[in-house]
Every structure is written in structure tokens, then in C-alpha cells.
Design a binder for this molecule. Sequence first.
Ligand SMILES: C[S@@+](CC[C@H](N)C(=O)[O-])C[C@H]1O[C@@H](n2cnc3c(N)ncnc32)[C@H](O)[C@@H]1O
Length: 201
Amino acid sequence: MKPSKETYVPSYPNLFVVEFGSAEFDSCLRAQKFFEAGEFITRLEGLSKSPKAYTSVQCGPGPDDHVELNSDLVFVNHSCEPNVAFDLSSPDPTEWHVRALSDLKVGTPLTFFYPSTEWAMFQVFDCQCGANSCLKRIQGAAYLPREELAKRGFINSYIWAMMDNHDGFKVKAGASCRLLCGHGLSPRGDQQCGCKPVPAC
Ligand SMILES: C[S@@+](CC[C@H](N)C(=O)[O-])C[C@H]1O[C@@H](n2cnc3c(N)ncnc32)[C@H](O)[C@@H]1O
């Protein structure tokens, strides 16, 4: 769920502010103060368990591990060269937080790398981040080689675990498995090679 321009009340008035765009997905969240690289920005509070949606964030490897942010943080866009991390790796949800990956000046739009939380995006989109290393189409971590993930500053531990699982199946089934396993990479589906989808598929 996202607040509308008409009903908007900032959830973190001293930290950031939503800039509403004119088109449906054109809004963003801009820093209201300077954040230093590595700085803890805020805990993720007020979350609710939810079905997977374009507004939800994955919080573990299971099919039901998705939460709604219920705050302005829902307006943080994706970038292939992100400036913040959404860290939901702790087994203790009270430790889930956002932190700066680089210095953020006042007015800078906050961005995170969506595949750092999402194994398979609910809403695939063509990226407009403009970064040199832009991946162009954002579908989730399942669609990326691990080398690409490793370049993005921070990836949640459950995504790495799902990647290990995925790669394990590929190794077991041999070299042709990459095209045959069950993560949307295959035109033929997972039964062909014996791969099993990981839990969130
Ligand atoms: C949770 S919303 C983020 C806020 C969104 N910009 C808005 O105005 O509602 C996620 C959606 O924003 C859009 N989006 C986020 N980052 C993007 C990017 N780098 N390039 C293109 N669209 C993006 C996509 O449509 C994505 O599904």
C-alpha cells in the first residue's frame, strides 16, 4: 500500500520526504539530511506480513516471507548502483534496518538494489537508473549470475542462500541445467532435468 499525494503525511519527517511524480511509478524518496556511508538510517518498523506485491519486500526464503513497509520507504526506487541497503538478514526482525552504502547529500533520491531482497520480482520492469552498470531489466536475483549480485554493495543472506540452492541444483544436473531449471530461465520447465524450484519460486 502506498499513500497518495492527497493523503500524504511524512512517516520520517526529519529523514526523508516523498516527491510525487506525475505518472504512476514516477515518485521517489529524497534525503532530508546528509547521511554518511555506512550510517544506520532507520529500523524497519511498522511492517506487516503480506502477499507478494510490487510494494512488498521479501524477508526470507519461503513463499510467505514478504512484508509491506507501511511507510514512506515504499517509495525507495531501485538502482543498479544503489546508495542504501535494506538489510533484513537478521533472524531478529527488530534488527531489520536501512543503512547508507555511500554518502547521501540532502535531496538525493534513496535507492536500493531490488534483487538484494527479491528472488523473483512481482513486477518486472525496465530499469531507468542510468548507472553505467545498469542491468536494464529487473526481474530478481534468480535471473542474475552470482557475480552480478556480488558487485552491488549488499545482498541479504537469504538471497545468497537461495542462490547457493539454485547453483547446487545446476551442478547436480550438469552443464545444461542452467537452461532447464525451474526459475523462469527455461522454456521447458524443471521436470526436464530433475531440478526442483527453490521454496520461493
Ligand atoms: C514500490 S515502487 C517504488 C516507488 C515508485 N517509483 C512509485 O512511484 O510508486 C516499485 C516500482 O517503481 C518502479 N521503479 C522503481 N525503480 C525503478 C527504476 N530504477 N527504473 C524504472 N522503474 C522503477 C517500478 O515500476 C517498480 O515496480
